[in-house]
Design a protein. Sequence first.
Length: 294
Amino acid sequence: PPQFQPVLGDLSVTTITPSSVGLQWSVPGGPFDSFMLQYRDAQGQPQALPIDGGSRSVTVPGLSPSHRYRFHLYGLRGGKRINHISTEATTAAAEPEDLPLPSEESQPEHPQIKDRLAEPLPAQAVLGELRVSSITPSSVGLQWTVPEGPFDSFTLQYRDAQGQPQALPIDGGSRSVTVPGLSPSHRYRFHLYGLRGKKRIERVSIDVDTAEPEEPTPPSEEPKPEDPQTVPPPSEAQAVLGELRVSSVTPTSVELQWSVPEGSFDSFTLQYRDAQGQPQALPIDGRCRCRACP
């Protein structure tokens, strides 16, 4: 074997919710170029999640409640799998979508307990208004504020197009989130819960309709000016896209890379049609130069 043979450490479970599992691992020997996490969903279909070589943890979203999953993490070097570790995890049971806030719960009859619970907590955490920041046919961006006190974490709950409850865990320092994998022209009701000490103490909600599916315009259909002299010369800070290349391919995903040889872009949009022929649009941050398409 090579002198610095990469070695994967133990694969352990860090967090479990009804719809996600957090995993972490170590690399005691040598670096890996990238990782690949494979598992089967609740319907038995194989899934593959590409992971950057510098990562040591990942959260697997879109899982089903109360279901046992077996995860396989592969270490890749030079495009080849050279190490493999596995673990099993069972997602948590489904929780009701609308849980009463502490102010809505029935109070105990004992007067001393009632008085103690009625006292306001110091630095009470309060959620501000939940607003929409972006809408596409397959995603919704949400923003919120915390005008008083900090939260340990947040949980965003909603039902998908099939009526199944979904829960998205969010770090307590976040003030925005993008919800992917939605259906076009569908109304969703989102509930954002603020958690403190693993208890839900605040909630805000909003209804959002996703955009209608967009028809991608083929490059051949773009209008071309008849007179070349009418085309304005490029400015000094003209933004230019480099070549779009495929960096990795799995049975369920494709990873793409590109460059920006000149200037900068505010953002990107990747458009394609799924296996059913439905158009999909994936918003990408303007600083990114690669993207994995699940």
